[in-house]
Design a protein around this ligand. Structure first.
Ligand SMILES: *[C@@H]1O[C@H](CO)[C@@H](O)[C@H](O)[C@H]1NC(C)=O
Ligand SMILES: *[C@@H]1O[C@H](CO)[C@@H](O)[C@H](O)[C@H]1NC(C)=O
Ligand SMILES: *[C@@H]1O[C@H](CO)[C@@H](O)[C@H](O)[C@H]1NC(C)=O
Ligand SMILES: *[C@@H]1O[C@H](CO)[C@@H](O)[C@H](O)[C@H]1NC(C)=O
Ligand SMILES: CC(=O)N[C@H]1CO[C@H](CO)[C@@H](O)[C@@H]1O
Ligand SMILES: [Cu+2]
Length: 583
């Protein structure tokens, strides 16, 4: 059985190596009942663990009072992690400066504007994975064993050779490297606008399992002359990243991922979307935090594989949104709820002096899959609890009426329009088998070559039933409008046959209702939710957003960049395309 499933894309030699690692895991799931071994998270008491402070690493240092570039060494280690007081310790892959200090999420890297940060990412992982993986979709297969990894700084504007291209993977000790690997140290120039990024694994076909295993962390870029005048809440206690993701566990504490694919004869393990039962914040399931009656800034990063979150407070407390994925908004936006797709970031201020009760539960009511899936359960409707202290106190932090106004950008700055169509393919049993952008797999030759320093309009056509968060490396974008397709079946038929939006007369179909882009999502972003059955028009800028200076590095180098769906299970199964910048 395993042999038949796995031999499809493998030689006998590779098979010998992989049989134990992959195929047996897949086979194992069939013979014993995995559900019997699942940990019932309903048994975990919520809000018993304190919200951890994630360790921080400075990506700069002071020499004689001057800020100087810093070189960091960050390893990937196999260790155990306590996700909850009453859950046995979980084997994870964690980033850190040593095995002992490695954490899930990994250390928060703090960088400052204009000071280069260099990171040598080192793979110290064992020879086999802690999660099942699917060799039929993974182009990253280490012939000599080991786990391919590569790190992408999400939201970063930096050279292609430091972008963590999916084919630039490497195994433990750099024993083996992917086809596009060039060097051991990544160079993050930090010349962009201040804001929130995150780093995570990006190995071809393995991203979903490597991130699920724990390989992710936050990266904050600060620019004090721009940010200090805003007087937002600052400091370790009042300005905190909240890294949120979902996981399921087995009774022994290990992370549970279904090892049987939805189309096992095609892909033995791959499933179109991973959802976990427990909601984890900064490495603890449903933690709690005691807060003072004042303002706090939370940089909320959605690091789930596929779960969307719509956050709101149980006691009606609101959010003041000050920034999105990587950039400040021009003006703060007050809202009672925020919808976050996988890998989207929202930067909010919460003023607990306005709380009318002693506790505020951060909650979630997004169906999964979003938007048409199951309603949330009791467990995944709760995220964490804030206990608000009684004493009122003076608060010198503010939320100014104006934040940071970046130069005006509209369609008039666009030099061309591209059509980007999202396709899902199904088996005869009507189960998803894989997803493509523009009808092409990731490894087909480059078709997009934007010019450095220009802006382009991309019309993203979602021909599937899911909401796909599109992420573009290097470029930032503004969402211009989302328009429903009319007679979408006719249009889909044409696209399925011709794969050409112009020939299929998109303008004839893209004239349905327009969905209003919420106020806090009108700033610069690097991920946005592409609604099913809609055309989403975005303005993509291939230069800095805060100045007209050209990139301080050569963006036209190989291997270029990528754009992809950030549902990791989709990205791994080919919903990703390369692009190369030209001068
Ligand atoms: C695992 O996935 C298979 C195929 O989709 C499904 O039949 C099975 O019920 C799943 N197991 C669990 C525990 O969800
Ligand atoms: C996080 O991102 C995942 C996938 O990218 C998405 O499915 C999920 O809804 C998001 N959750 C939040 C809280 O934004
Ligand atoms: C467009 O919006 C109107 C008003 O809300 C609604 O009546 C109509 O059904 C919508 N049309 C489509 C195609 O969804
Ligand atoms: C960049 O140049 C354009 C056109 O000259 C101008 O409108 C825009 O304000 C400039 N942006 C910055 C940040 O200087
Ligand atoms: C759920 C949904 O609206 N799906 C639509 C996605 O787009 C295709 C093509 O326009 C439609 O056929 C689907 O109905
Ligand atoms: Cu997707």
């Amino acid at each position: 059985m395993e042999f038949v499933l796995c031999s499809k894309t493998m030689t006998r030699v590779m098979l010998l190596l992989l049989v134990t690692m992959t195929c047996l895991v897949a086979g194992d799931a069939g013979s014993t009942k995995p559900e019997e071994r699942l940990f019932n998270v309903e048994k975990l008491e919520m809000f018993v663990d304190e919200l951890p402070h994630i360790p921080t690493l400075r990506g700069f240092h002071f020499v004689n009072g001057f800020l100087k570039p810093k070189s960091l060494q960050i390893g990937m280690f196999f260790k155990k992690w306590k996700f909850h007081r009453d859950l046995p310790a979980t084997p994870v892959f964690a980033y850190g400066i040593s095995k002992r200090k490695a954490s899930v999420p990994g250390p928060t890297i703090e960088a400052v504007y204009g000071v280069d940060t260099y990171v040598t990412w080192r793979n110290h992982l064992p020879s086999s994975h802690i999660l099942p993986w699917d060799s039929t979709i993974s182009p990253a297969i280490a012939k000599r064993g080991g786990i391919p990894t590569v790190v992408h700084l999400h939201g970063g504007i930096h050279e292609p050779t430091s972008d963590g291209n999916s084919d630039s993977w490497f195994t433990s000790g750099f024993k083996e490297t992917g086809t596009k690997w060039t060097k051991t140290t990544s160079h993050y120039v930090n010349k962009q606008h201040p804001g929130n990024m995150w780093y995570h694994d990006h190995a071809a076909g393995l991203t979903r399992v490597n991130i699920l295993a724990g390989l992710l962390g936050a990266y904050i870029l600060r620019h004090s002359s721009v940010e200090s005048p805003l007087r937002l809440p600052t400091g370790r206690e009042f300005d905190r990243p909240l890294v949120v993701f979902d996981r399921s566990f087995r009774r022994d504490g290990s992370i549970y991922m279904n090892a049987t694919g939805n189309n096992p004869s095609i892909h033995p393990q791959w499933q179109p979307e991973y959802f976990g039962d427990a909601i984890i914040v900064n490495g603890k399931a449903w933690p709690r935090l005691t807060v003072r009656r004042r303002k706090y800034r939370f940089r909320i990063i959605n690091a789930s594989n596929a779960r969307f979150f719509r956050f709101f407070f149980s006691n009606g407390l609101g959010f003041i949104v000050v920034g999105s994925d990587s950039a400040y908004l021009a003006k703060p936006v007050s809202t009672k709820s925020v919808l976050l797709a996988p890998s989207e970031i929202v930067d909010v201020v919460v003023d607990f002096s306005k709380s009318t009760s002693k506790t505020a539960i951060l909650s979630n009511d997004a169906p999964y899959p979003y938007p048409s899936g199951d309603p949330v359960t009791e467990e995944n409707s709760k995220v964490m609890k804030f206990k608000v202290k009684d004493e009122s106190e003076a608060d010198t932090s503010t939320v100014p009426k104006k934040l940071i106004q970046y130069p005006f950008a509209d369609v008039s700055t666009s030099v061309r329009t591209r059509y980007i169509a999202m396709y899902e393919y199904v088996s005869s049993a009507d189960e998803p088998t894989h997803l493509y952008i523009n009808g092409l797999p990731y490894d087909a030759p480059v078709t997009e070559t934007p010019k450095i320093g220009t802006s382009e309009v991309w019309e993203v056509i979602n021909l599937t039933e899911d909401n796909h968060p599109l992420h573009i490396h290097l470029g930032l974008f503004k969402v211009l409008e989302q328009t429903a397709l009319v007679e979408s079946e006719k249009f889909t038929d044409c696209m399925t046959e011709k794969n050409n939006a112009v020939k299929c007369q998109i303008s004839k179909y893209a004239r349905g209702n327009k969905t209003v882009v919420t106020a806090h999502e009108r700033g610069w972003k690097n991920v946005f939710k592409m609604m099913p059955g809609h055309v989403t028009k975005i303005l993509v800028r291939f230069s800095y957003i805060h100045s007209n200076e050209s990139y301080s590095f050569d963006a036209s180098q190989k291997p270029g960049y990528v754009y992809h769906c950030h549902i990791l299970d989709h990205e791994d199964n080919m919903m990703m395309r390369p692009f190369e910048m030209v001068k």
